[in-house]
Design a protein around this ligand. Sequence first.
Ligand SMILES: NC(=O)c1ccc[n+]([C@@H]2O[C@H](COP(=O)([O-])OP(=O)(O)OC[C@H]3O[C@@H](n4cnc5c(N)ncnc54)[C@H](OP(=O)(O)O)[C@@H]3O)[C@@H](O)[C@H]2O)c1
Length: 315
Amino acid sequence: MSREHQHNIQGWTPAQLGSLAGKTYVITGANTGTGFEATRVLLSKGAKVVMLNRNAEKSALAITTLKQEFGKKADVTFVKMDLAVLNSVREGAKELMDKSSRIDAIICNAAIAQVAKQEITVDGFESQLGVNHFGHFLLCGLLFKTIEKSEGRIVVVGSNAYKMGLKRIQFEDLNFDKNYTAWNSYAQSKLAQMMFAYELQRRIEAKDISIQVQVCHPGASRTNLLKDTASTFNKIVWSILSRIIAQSAEKGSWPEVMCAVEKNLKPTTLYGPTKRAEMVGPIGNCPLDKVALEQEMATKLWKISEEKTSLKWSL
Ligand SMILES: NC(=O)c1ccc[n+]([C@@H]2O[C@H](COP(=O)([O-])OP(=O)(O)OC[C@H]3O[C@@H](n4cnc5c(N)ncnc54)[C@H](OP(=O)(O)O)[C@@H]3O)[C@@H](O)[C@H]2O)c1
């Protein structure tokens, strides 16, 4: 058994990690928050990281900061991709594959949250469902063959919100035209991401394909998540609460890094912090509400996602 296989998942930290030289990781939304911190950890171990970000200026700044820390030779680049725009996802995925023929893991980290008033993307989706779910669904589908050739992974960053909203996909009104609330629409988008991931695990297992899919969440982490999108009230509440209940963005990044690199992980599992209602604390196996594993809803969501993104998976 290799050394990596002996690592403990309970209480995992990056200190357990050996060299990642020769590995390539792709992370969405990596210019700030947990995505940026995950990039830092991976670079510190010698990996190559490609960030998929929507903002060129913020990305340049992030790369400068990372090169100041890890030296000019640190292998970190960025590809422009706006997950809210399906065409941008297609163009970015093509540029990424031209640049890198190997993907050891794609970390679906980017998200918007608690969008105060209903917004619709250019492709006609409620913005959180569009960015968090449909954008990543298309991206993972486009990169699938490359990840398979690399025997790589797909890591989906979920949220405990998946079990706190309506706890279902509102198929009759996906965009919340009739009953929009910032909380329920965010919760639906994170449930959709996690349902997609567990459905993908089932489909991959049935076909015996060499891709691993892992699901995690960062607990409550001090990041910019609500900064641009939430209502003033929610921003104020979170700015006070986060000082009391949340952990650093760095610790929030550890579950996604672990899911991208560690070998002894299991399917049908949700990894994340395990203390104080899974908001902070040592990483471990978090309770998984059965709604995330509901197969009828997942199959319906998959079919709709293929239609909406015009991408048919070979699964
Ligand atoms: N922080 C928490 O307490 C918490 C709790 C549960 C789950 N999560 C999950 O953790 C993940 C990371 O969030 P975070 O807390 O680190 O938030 P964050 O600091 O706001 O980072 C989110 C990242 O996503 C990017 N992004 C947003 N919309 C995008 C788009 N249309 N296309 C491409 N990139 C886009 C942002 O880019 P810009 O900088 O350009 O905006 C940013 O880089 C998310 O999946 C979130 O749902 C966070």
